[in-house]
Write a protein that binds this ligand. Structure first.
Ligand code: ADP
Length: 638
């Protein structure tokens, strides 16, 4: 390109004439003028180029840049037509931007076949070739005749062609060797006549072609950036969408949760019972409106508070063992009394249901407390009524009983066989009635606090022997063997009542055993802390420790003694093991008739044992037998 330009420059420069000394000063001043002119021209060109470049680069849009380029080149060069010809990858090409005088045909958008601009020419231009043809018809231009004919249809007489190169290296890859490819051509046409293109024109065309190359690179970069921005925008849009979705889901979940919470609150608030959830730290996590009505503390004030804070020291002390039991994973039901905000005392029934997670760890418990004061009042009235009636019955019943007993001896005369049978039935039922009346009165007296247990030091072995002796006739009658294992253990108890409890249990064991069965009675020390936990989970003191008791006086004596009455009878269903201690509760309602029971024996036993601060419970296996346990305090000092 440079050599061609140089060649052309040489062709355009006029030869210097020989000068005489006379004319030398004139010539020198002329030369100075011409140098000054040349410098001025050069400055103008630089300014012009800067101005055009600025105009071209005012836009980032390639189309705009191309349009500005052809317009400016056409204006400055005063060419008839200036166009940008894009070379397509298949070798064909088309003008994509054009500035042409109205007198000449437009060739914008026309597609030219590869023959017009063959591959070898493309390669030459790719290496930077520049062509300046002053007259296409001039054979020195070296154009084939057919080509001249072809281009003349567009009125082309002279043309100036500079390549527009494109750097193919990706902007991200910092390639040291730029790889150029021919993107297109910047072409100026003179249509009206031949034209000799000067250096300035060549240079301008070339520099503007370079500007287009830069613009192409920028457009490529811009395109790439736009692509990146689009990708990133799409990613962000996607992320935004998921986020929005998540927010919506969360809002929906929250809404559903709020709704179900409201429903739960609505239901629990409408119930006249205390409903709460207490965590494993014994702190309220949920409680209903009834807490406000009963205790005068709004639910929000109670939530998060410890049981002791809400109920106070005394009440908490009473509920504490049950709370611990619930937190050890067992459901608890108990009755107690609480003081409400008015100062009144209410009887309540409390149920604790443990809350276990998937790993069976206790997380807390659900608490339900219902007011049973009215029921209790009615029960009290009923008890009082029964006790009054029983009391009134006792005197006539005693004489009736005695009279029947005398009659059955036959001392007042003999009866017919049928009469004797009737008499025995009457005697048997009177016996039952007497027992019932006695039991009712016993229970009423114990419950009302009318009787006080006269506790004193007594030997467990003596009480056991006494009970066994009194039950021996009954055992013989039922053909049941009584096996006694008395141990000399001192207990702190009312001996009569403990014997009564033992005989009640022995009587039941005999009643529910089959002939030939054995009933065992035994006693031993027990660990009070363990046995207090549950009716079933008691812990018996190891035999070694018990044996050592007599010799090692310094050893602490366990606080409790455990009695056991074991039989081989029919057994008791698991769901009845607790209820049989309630009054008039029997496993089978026909038991009272068949076995002559009253349904009060175990209730009386429980009352007696409770008066001794002990506990009573039963364990059983259906068909294999039952064991009744009760504890009483051991005598601490010997
Ligand atoms: P009862 O006078 O009816 O025996 P209790 O209160 O002593 O009343 O006993 C209540 C019920 O408990 C009995 O009716 C019986 O169903 C059941 N029961 C008590 N002890 C035993 C036992 N050893 N074996 C089987 N069932 C028993």
């Amino acid at each position: 390109m440079t050599s061609q330009r140089q060649t052309q420059k040489g062709a355009l420069s006029p030869a210097s004439p020989k000068t005489s000394p006379k004319t030398s000063s004139k010539a020198a001043s002329k030369r100075r003028d011409s140098i000054a002119d040349e410098l001025r021209r050069q400055r103008q060109r630089v300014e012009l180029f800067a101005e055009v470049t600025l105009k071209i680069r005012q836009s980032l849009q390639l189309k705009e840049i191309l349009r500005a380029t052809v317009t400016e080149v056409q204006r400055i060069l005063q060419a008839d037509r200036v166009l940008i010809y894009q070379v397509l990858p298949d070798g064909t090409g088309k003008p994509i931007s054009e500035a042409v005088l109205p007198a000449y045909p437009e060739i914008l958008g026309m597609e030219f076949p590869e023959e017009v601009f063959p591959k070898e020419y493309q390669q030459l231009y790719a290496q930077g070739r520049v062509r300046a043809i002053a007259d296409v018809r001039d054979p020195a231009a070296g154009l084939a005749e057919c080509l001249v004919e072809f281009i003349e249809q567009f009125d082309i007489r002279a043309k100036l062609i500079v390549p527009i190169l494109q750097n193919l290296n990706s902007p991200q890859i910092n390639a040291s060797i730029p790889e150029n490819q021919l993107w297109g051509l910047l072409i100026a046409h003179q249509c009206s006549q031949p034209r000799r293109w000067d250096d300035f024109e060549l240079e301008l065309m070339q520099q503007l072609a370079d500007q287009i190359s830069i613009a192409l690179a920028q457009a490529q970069l811009l395109g790439h950036l736009e692509e990146l921005v689009e990708m990133r925008t799409a990613e962000l849009r996607e992320a935004n969408h998921s986020l929005q979705q998540e927010i919506n889901d969360r809002m929906q979940a929250e809404f559903a949760l709020r709704q179900s919470e409201e429903q739960l609150r609505l239901i629990t608030n409408a119930l006249p019972v205390l409903i709460a959830y207490v965590d494993d730290q014994q702190r309220y996590r949920f409680n209903n409106q009834a807490y406000a009505d009963w205790l005068g503390q709004p639910p929000s004030q109670i939530c998060g508070c410890h049981l002791q804070t809400v109920w106070g020291e005394d009440c908490y002390h009473r509920m504490s063992p049950y709370v611990e039991e619930a937190l050890s994973g067992r459901a608890v039901v108990y009755e107690t009394e609480i003081k409400i905000k008015t100062g009144a005392i209410r009887s309540v029934n409390v149920t604790y249901i443990p809350h276990l997670d998937e790993q069976q760890t206790v997380k807390g418990f659900f608490a339900l407390t219902s007011d049973i004061s009215e029921r209790k009042a009615i029960e009290r009235m009923k008890d009082e009524f029964i006790s009054v009636v029983s009391h009134e019955l006792r005197t006539p019943l005693t004489s009736l009983h005695s009279a029947l007993k005398i009659l059955t001896t036959g001392r007042l005369g003999t009866l017919s066989t049928d009469g004797q049978q009737m008499l025995e039935i009457a005697d048997e039922n009177t016996d039952r009635l007497v027992r019932l009346v006695n039991n009712v009165l016993d229970l009423q007296r114990i419950e009302s606090g009318e009787v006080r247990m006269e506790k004193q030091s007594c030997n467990a072995a003596d009480l056991m022997i006494q009970a066994i002796e009194s039950m021996q006739p009954m055992a013989q009658q039922h053909e049941v063997i009584l096996s006694n294992h008395p141990v000399d253990i001192l207990i702190w108890a009312d001996s009569d009542y403990i014997v009564q409890a033992l005989t009640n249990l022995l009587s039941n064991a005999i009643k529910f055993s089959a002939p030939g069965d054995t009933v065992w009675l035994s006693v031993e020390y027990t660990d009070s802390a363990q046995s207090a936990k549950s009716s079933g989970a008691r812990s018996v003191i190891p035999a070694a420790r018990r044996k050592g008791r007599k010799s090692a006086k310094s050893q602490p004596i366990p606080a409790e003694v455990l009695f056991q009455v074991r039989d081989q009878g029919q057994g008791i269903p698991a769901d009845k093991l607790e209820s049989i201690f309630e009054r008039f509760q029997q496993v089978d309602s026909s038991d009272s008739r068949r076995k002559g029971g009253t349904g009060l024996g175990l209730t009386i036993c429980r009352k007696i044992i409770e008066q001794h601060e002990g506990r009573i419970w039963a364990e059983s296996k259906l068909g294999e037998g039952s064991t009744f346990f009760f504890t009483v305090p051991a005598l601490q000092q010997r």
